[in-house]
Design a protein around this ligand. Structure first.
Ligand SMILES: [Zn+2]
Length: 396
């Protein structure tokens, strides 16, 4: 397939020739290379970027398919410009073994719209103390997380870091001291962030901090990186967009103060923040009414981040593309993804940067519509998503 009449992140005209799932050639005016029978896609002047990769996503399978299933999750991802997601293990049963994780990834592969990595829990079934399953994890499991909770006991977490150092596993941490969060959600994140950063440095184990949301946490990450700790971190679109003065909505970590948002943006500019991850957390209306935390995010992530970071804060589009594609690919060790280069996977997204659009929660492909952006006007609409040289989504 030849994508014609596109521009790259710098606004220069570019065509992209895709063959056998890879990018075969890049450059202006590639039409002469087209072979008989090859399709063309007219980008009509829109911007082509490497498709997005989400480090933090909940597809609720198994156990909560009434919120999201692999099919609707795949469609939501494709509609948001994603071709790969990293799935959290807080399912029912909890993902604690490699066989279950692999079986799920195969199912996702069969659907064919979006690749996935399924993470495994740090403690067995999230019991907070058992680590035996980590010792027998095969080499194929590279990422573990207790997302939704922090591991409360410092000795348990220290042992997990020690095991993961030996096994070259990355710990993805949801930093929250749950004894503190009922009375101080900020301290709850900051104190566990500092503990986990310390353990990463002490054991030289790779740590990825999920959904960093406070100034204190981002400054702690900056200091740890300065000392050379093997850490990376992500922020979510909603922690960049909302503050507690603009949104009353249950999400964990909660939306913070304007000063925290400023610290996250400074962290992005300074290269302290490695990635933007959605924390796509679908819930039924009933579950939201009962207090379930989180919002869907796959289909609004690019629009929110482009509007906030590029249009309002002046961040170059190439820097946003690195946060949503290149760096997540690197963190997940996905070779050939997250980049526009000859020989790379033909995983691409076409975005319209010029026209405003309004978020309509009822038009989402996700099974759940817990979307507080409903009615918001954004720039940066995903027009088409291409995975392995095949179109997985096209806007009407
Ligand atoms: Zn979390």
């Amino acid at each position: 397939m030849l994508i014609q009449n596109a521009v790259n992140a710098a606004g220069q005209p570019i065509d992209v020739l895709c063959r056998t799932g890879k990018i075969a050639a890049l450059g202006a005016g590639l039409a002469p290379l087209l072979l008989p029978g090859e399709e063309t896609l007219d980008a009509a002047g829109r911007t082509v970027l490497p498709a997005f990769i989400d480090l933090h996503c909940h597809w609720r399978t198994p156990g909560y398919e009434y919120k999201e299933d692999l099919e609707t999750g795949s469609r939501a991802a494709a509609a948001g410009g994603y071709t790969f997601v990293n799935l959290m293990p807080n399912t029912n049963p909890v993902m604690s073994d490699a066989a279950a994780a692999h079986a799920l990834m195969e199912k996702v592969e069969t659907i064919g719209l979006c690749g996935a990595n399924q993470t495994v829990s740090i403690t067995e079934n999230f019991d907070g103390h058992t680590l035996d399953h980590l010792k027998t994890l095969p080499e194929s499991v590279k990422y573990i997380t207790e997302d939704g909770h922090g591991v409360q006991n410092a000795a348990v977490m220290a042992k997990a870091f020690a095991i993961c150092h030996e096994k070259h596993i990355t710990i993805m941490s949801h930093a929250e001291d749950s004894d503190i969060s009922p009375w101080d959600y900020r301290l709850a994140e900051d104190i566990e962030t500092v503990r986990n950063l310390y353990l990463s440095e002490y054991y030289q184990t790779r740590l990825h901090l999920c959904h960093v949301s406070t100034r204190g946490a981002i400054e702690a990450v900056a200091a740890a990186k300065y000392r050379g700790a093997p850490v990376t971190c992500e922020v979510t679109p909603h922690h960049l967009w909302f503050t507690k003065d603009t949104l009353d909505y249950r999400v964990n970590p909660p939306v913070r103060e304007a000063d925290d948002v400023a610290a996250l943006v400074e962290g992005i500019r300074a290269g302290i923040v490695d990635a933007i991850a959605t924390d796509h957390a679908p819930h039924s209306e009933e579950d939201k009414l009962k207090g379930a935390a989180g919002m869907v995010g796959l289909e609004t992530a690019f629009g929110v981040c482009y509007t906030k970071l590029c249009r309002q804060e002046g961040l170059p589009l190439a820097a946003l593309s690195a946060l949503m594609s290149t760096n997540p690919a690197e963190i997940l060790g996905l070779l050939g993804k997250g980049t526009l280069a000859p020989g790379a996977d033909a995983d691409l997204v076409l975005v319209d940067l010029a026209h405003p659009w309004r978020v309509d929660k009822n038009a989402l492909h996700s099974k759940s519509h817990n979307c507080p952006y409903d009615g918001t006007t954004l720039y940066g609409k995903v027009r088409a998503t291409i995975k392995g040289g095949k179109i997985t989504y096209r806007a009407e």
